[in-house]
Design a protein around this ligand. Structure first.
Ligand code: COA
Length: 163
């Protein structure tokens, strides 16, 4: 296809573009500042195509698990395996840190789940569905996915054992 993406490390100069990509995806209400996510356990990568940032993925080590917080690919770059590049990276990262599990959260709304295909591809196991999860956690936020405040989306938690 001629489009070649590479994953690069986070630098402060990318913070605003990351916030913008997330805001495009989740809306202003549900987007914080990436700078507030950074701890010594956080891993942030960006996908770069030529000079363009095509997407962002980040997560953190929590005990013996790696928790993938966000993978967002800009709409024009979706379905060309950039999401898979992030998954491959985080799986390798988790293995190299000798972690036991990788955890991911999906959003289920109107019978559609955003990460269904990629979870199948990587053999993640669904462990629990929690109705109106974000609505209870963040009652004052308006959700772009379901159009409600509080959010009515179902949280679907997936786990992959890597040991
Ligand atoms: C979800 C998302 C991250 C996936 O990224 P992507 O770059 O589009 O994904 P990829 O091209 O690597 O696609 C994964 C592909 O695995 C493929 N796949 C699925 N099951 C498979 C299997 N068993 N074997 C092989 N391949 C399989 C599918 O073709 C799927 O592509 P599709 O979604 O186009 O059908 C991206 O679409 C996105 O940013 N969505 C909006 C934000 C979001 O919902 N993020 C997730 C929560 S943070």
């Amino acid at each position: 296809m001629g489009i070649k993406a590479i994953l690069i490390d986070y630098e402060e100069k990318y913070a605003d573009i990351i916030n913008e990509i997330e805001e495009q995806q989740w809306g202003r209400w549900c987007t914080g500042d990436i700078r507030d996510e950074i701890t010594k356990h956080t891993c942030i990568k960006l996908a770069k195509i030529n000079k363009d940032i095509a997407g962002v993925g980040y997560g953190k080590i929590v005990g013996d698990a790696f928790y993938i917080q966000v993978i967002v690919i800009k709409p024009e770059y979706q379905h060309i395996h950039i999401g898979s590049m992030f998954m491959d990276y985080f799986i390798d990262y988790s293995k190299s840190h000798e972690l036991s599990n990788i955890v991911c959260e999906g959003v289920l709304v109107n019978n559609k789940m955003n990460i269904e295909n990629i979870m199948k591809k990587y053999n993640f196991k669904e462990v629990i569905r929690i109705k109106e999860y974000w609505g209870y956690r963040f009652p004052n936020d308006w959700c772009k996915e379901c159009g409600c405040k509080p959010c009515k989306c179902t949280n679907v938690i997936f786990v992959k054992n890597i040991k």
